[in-house]
Design a protein around this ligand. Structure first.
Ligand code: SF4
Length: 213
C-alpha cells in the first residue's frame, strides 16, 4: 500500500472512530489534508466550529492567517499536509483532554509514519507536547529540535495570535525563519538541535497558556 492509500485507509478508520467522547459531538471528522509525499507537516490542536462543519483543517479565520503565514515560508497550502492532534471537535472549543489525546494518538502516529515528513511544525502547546513534553513554547518557538530522528519546529497556534499582536509578530518571524530551516540539509539541522529560543513575544509576560481554536 503506498502512502496515499495508507492515508485514505486512516481517514476511513477515523470516520468510523468512537474511541473517545468527542465522537458524540462531531458533525464531521477532520482527519487532515495535503499531499501524501509532503516534506513538511503542520500539526494543530483540534477542529473548531468551521472545521467541524466542513471536515477540513484550518478553514476559518485562523486558516486564512495560516495561509498568509505559509507565504512567509515560501509555501502554499497545497504543498503541505495539515492535521490536528485530535480529529473531532472538542465541545465549546475546550482543550482536548488527556484521554482524548491518548485515544487519538494512533491516527496521528499512523499519518506521520505514512507521510514520513522531513520537518514537522507543531502549532500550539498540545501538539508541541506530543514531541517535547516539558517544552515551554514561549522559550522554544521557531527553532528546530531533534525528536526521534526528525526535525520538529514548535510554533504558536495561529488562532491564539488573532487576538494577541505580539504572538502574530512572533509567528511571522518564525515562519520567515522556517524558510531558512527548510533550505538547510537534515544532518545540519540535527546537529543544531536548539533547546530554547532567546526571544519572547512579550517582554514582561510571555504567554504560555493559550486558547487555541
Ligand atoms: S477525537 Fe480521535 S479518538 Fe476521539 S472519536 Fe475522534 S477520531 Fe476517535
Amino acid at each position: 500500500m503506498d502512502a496515499e492509500d495508507t492515508l485514505l485507509a486512516i481517514r476511513h478508520q477515523i470516520e468510523q472512530c468512537q474511541a473517545c467522547p468527542l465522537a458524540a459531538g462531531r458533525l464531521n471528522v477532520v482527519p487532515g489534508e495535503g499531499p501524501a509525499n509532503s516534506q513538511i507537516m503542520f500539526i494543530g490542536e483540534g477542529p473548531g466550529y468551521n472545521e467541524d462543519q466542513q471536515g477540513k483543517p484550518f478553514v476559518g479565520q485562523a486558516g486564512k492567517f495560516l495561509d498568509e503565514l505559509l507565504g512567509y515560508a515560501g509555501l502554499k497550502r497545497s504543498e503541505v499536509f495539515i492535521t490536528n492532534v485530535v480529529k473531532c471537535r472538542p465541545p465549546e472549543n475546550r482543550d482536548p483532554q488527556p484521554e482524548e489525546l491518548a485515544a487519538c494518538r494512533q491516527y496521528l502516529d499512523a499519518q506521520i509514519a505514512a507521510i514520513n515528513p522531513r520537518i514537522i511544525v507543531t502549532l500550539g502547546r498540545f501538539s508541541m507536547a506530543r514531541f517535547i513534553e516539558d517544552g515551554k513554547i514561549s522559550r522554544i518557538h521557531g527553532y528546530p529540535h531533534k525528536v526521534e530522528s526528525r526535525i520538529v519546529v514548535t510554533m504558536y497556534h495561529p488562532a491564539a495570535a488573532l487576538h494577541q499582536p505580539a504572538l502574530k509578530d512572533a509567528l511571522i518571524q518564525d515562519f520567515s525563519r522556517l524558510r531558512d530551516i527548510m533550505n538547510q540539509p537534515t544532518p545540519s539541522l540535527l546537529e543544531q538541535n536548539y533547546t530554547e529560543s532567546t526571544e519572547s513575544p512579550t517582554k514582561e509576560n510571555p504567554p504560555e497558556q493559550l486558547s487555541l481554536f
